[in-house]
Design a binder for this molecule. Structure first.
Ligand SMILES: [Zn+2]
Length: 85
């Protein structure tokens, strides 16, 4: 899964018609960012699977990082409340 480099939202695959050619792109619905997608190389299946695995691991890491961030925000709110009495 690819994420938008501008706003971090999940990007979706879309087909864009350009004259007579159809280009596969990744599009962000939130900010309209578009990225060309290079066609996957189906001859090299093992390498492709490896890449997908790596992306999933990266995604999980990113999720953990975001959870950690939200925990820190909650802690800050509690601290602020405590300090204000
Ligand atoms: Zn975006």
């Amino acid at each position: 899964m690819d994420y938008c480099p501008k706003c971090g939202k999940r990007m979706i695959h879309m087909k864009k018609k350009n004259n007579h050619t159809v280009t596969l792109i990744l599009s962000c619905k939130k900010c309209g960012y578009e990225k060309k997608v290079s066609r996957p190389n189906f001859n090299n299946t093992s390498n492709r699977n490896h890449r997908v695995e790596k992306l999933i691991i990266l995604g999980e890491k990113e999720q953990k990082r975001q959870n950690q961030q939200s925990k820190e925000i909650v802690q800050n709110v509690i601290m602020t409340k405590y300090m204000l009495g």
